[in-house]
Design a protein around this ligand. Structure first.
Ligand code: GLU
Length: 574
């Protein structure tokens, strides 16, 4: 029995379209029929309402914060509904491929705890590690599948080989521009639409390069209406452009591969960046051509930032991989934002209601916050570092000193080795310092990133304190008056002082030396005083910490110990 790839009764004459399909795939007699794949990848047995979602990155060498955002959204939707979240590698665009890119993606998803349930779940010796029965999940390994399905479309007369050369396409574009017509291969420009099999055969014999195009069934003067889960009802002209499905190198375009893959992988919801919104009319035509139920589409606006314009007003633009360091997820980890802060921040960008929810549920896990499409703004979310810092401060405030030490050290080992050395050398001192204003009601919100540790706590380390180039004493206090404050404090300092006793002493000393008891009194008659109580405390703080800001001074002094405190006071007498 001879092979009959088109499953037609042997006696009937093949149609012109079938002949073209047979000609194009003559060298691939082993291509399996579509039914093979339909059986191999049956509908998933999942509870009603379970969402099958995916993250489908093109490996480009960097994990954009937007990629983490999309993964978070897709994974949460799947988790919440008892569904599946998989990762498909869209690596059919050779020009954009980077060898380490998969590693970068997997490493980032591991860092943010968003590894997929299925698909590409890891990398081993440079190879993608895959899990799940709907694979392979690497598009470059699925070429025979795309060929099977495109052959099917060609045989049905719904797609065709197009032999237009680059020059011809350029010429078409020039003519269209000149006559103010829409660009693209449609209508009379689509010269190879209904070419006879003989013509195709002739070109193939000449080894002319070709692409496969969809025979777009739409008319531009009719409208297509569909519902996007985020953008709402959308109505646009039908697509009449014969989009490329298979490129001249035999690889599929995104459009075609996405339709075939999301059908065979039984994706229920395609949740992706809204740069693809304009392609939906084409994508729906692809599903229709195959007679498949399309997935639900949800197009997410990008994360944007404000940019000052020359005329003074701010305009929004997408975070750019080239221009904005914060577009790279590693930027956040390098700065030392805890991973849970980044995830809460991204959740805040998804749904502004998250802030209220968090306030009402401070102890709940982030996973308890349910997301849904209604919460999304149809426009992009605005990147907001103040928000990220404030979320991060809240999260760090709740960590105990031990955990804080461990996590900050882990960060410092990677990003600030000299700080890591000091933290290890002075482990007990560091933990005691980290414990200041921590626990119970006292929630210090000074630390937004692990990096802040250096600026917030450097003075606990003599090695850093002794190297300080300047001591920022308050300017209005003369050296003489400053010395008088420090000398008095040094003479009277009692290790047994409780915090209030120290403050009472300092206030008394301030009054005796001619300072106002507070800023208000001072402001009423500045000439009558050398300064006010705040200046006196500031002098002592700067002498001991080398900084105008520090955690509670009395507690810092307990941590530093009496010897160190006295030595520093002594040294600062200038
Ligand atoms: N590979 C596409 C991209 O990186 C994926 C879009 C999608 O999620 O379908 O933009």
């Amino acid at each position: 029995m001879t092979k009959n790839p088109l499953n037609k009764p042997a006696q009937s004459q093949p149609s012109a379209a079938e002949q073209v399909a047979a000609l194009l795939f003559a060298s691939q007699p082993d291509l399996l029929p579509p039914s093979h794949y339909e059986k191999l990848y049956p509908p998933r047995l999942l509870p009603k309402g379970a969402m099958v979602t995916r993250f489908a990155p093109s490996p480009t060498g960097l994990m954009h914060i937007g990629g983490v955002y999309m993964s978070l959204i897709n994974k949460r939707l799947a988790d919440q509904s008892g569904g599946v979240f998989f990762l498909r590698l869209e690596d059919t665009d050779n020009e954009r491929y980077h060898a380490d890119a998969v590693n970068t993606i997997i490493q980032a998803l591991t860092q943010v705890n968003l590894l997929p349930h299925e698909g590409v779940v890891g990398v081993d010796k440079g190879q993608a590690l895959q899990k799940g029965s709907y694979g392979t999940y690497v598009q470059s390994e699925r070429v025979p599948i795309y060929h099977t399905f495109v052959r099917e479309l060609i045989a049905k007369g719904l797609a065709y080989p197009c032999f237009l050369t680059m020059e011809e396409l350029d010429e078409t574009r020039a003519k269209q521009t000149l006559s103010k017509q829409r660009p693209g291969c449609y209508g009379k420009w689509a010269k190879w639409r209904d070419a006879a099999p003989e013509k195709v055969q002739e070109k193939l014999a000449q080894k002319t390069k070709y692409v496969v195009r969809l025979k777009a069934p739409g008319s531009y003067d009719k409208r297509l209406t569909w519902h996007d889960e985020i953008k709402g009802d959308i109505s646009v002209p039908e697509n009449d452009v014969d989009a490329v499905l298979i490129k001249s190198d035999g690889l599929p375009t995104y459009h075609f591969a996405h339709a075939v893959d999301d059908h065979l992988m039984r994706t229920t919801h395609v949740v992706r960046g809204d740069e693809w919104l304009a392609s939906v009319p084409l994508h729906l035509q692809l599903f229709q051509a195959f007679g498949w139920q399309p997935p639900k589409y949800a197009h997410v606006g990008p994360i944007e930032k404000l940019e000052a314009q020359p005329d003074g007003h701010n305009s929004r633009r997408k975070l750019s991989k080239r221009k904005d360091p914060e577009a790279n997820i590693q930027f956040y980890f390098q700065k030392g934002f805890p991973v849970e802060a980044v995830l809460e921040y991204l959740t805040h960008l998804i749904a502004s209601s998250f802030e209220d929810w968090r306030r009402q549920n401070p102890a709940k896990s982030l996973a308890d916050f349910a997301i849904n499409f209604k919460q999304f703004s149809p426009h992009g979310a605005l990147s907001d570092f103040d928000k990220l810092s404030s979320i991060s401060k809240d999260i760090i405030a709740d960590l105990d000193a031990e955990t804080l030490y461990k996590r900050a050290l882990q960060w410092a080992l990677e990003w600030d080795q000299s700080l890591a050395e000091l933290m290890k050398k002075h482990e007990t001192l560091t933990k005691r310092a980290l414990n200041i204003e921590r626990g119970g009601e006292r929630r210090s919100k000074r630390i937004a990133t692990w990096q802040d540790l250096r600026s917030q706590l450097f003075f606990i380390y003599d090695e850093l304190f002794n190297d300080l180039p300047v001591f920022p004493f308050p300017e209005r206090i003369s050296t003489l008056d400053r010395n008088a404050i420090i000398a008095a404090f040094l003479k009277d300092y009692q290790t047994s002082w409780e915090k209030q006793q120290m403050l009472d002493y300092a206030k008394d000393m301030a009054l005796k030396q001619g300072y106002a008891p507070n800023g208000k009194t001072f402001d009423k008659d500045p000439k009558a005083y050398k300064g006010h109580f705040g200046d006196v405390m500031m002098v002592i703080r700067v002498a001991i910490c080398g900084a105008r800001e520090s955690p509670d001074l009395w507690e810092v002094m307990q941590v530093l110990g009496v010897e160190r405190v006295k030595k520093r006071l002594q040294q600062s007498l200038g």
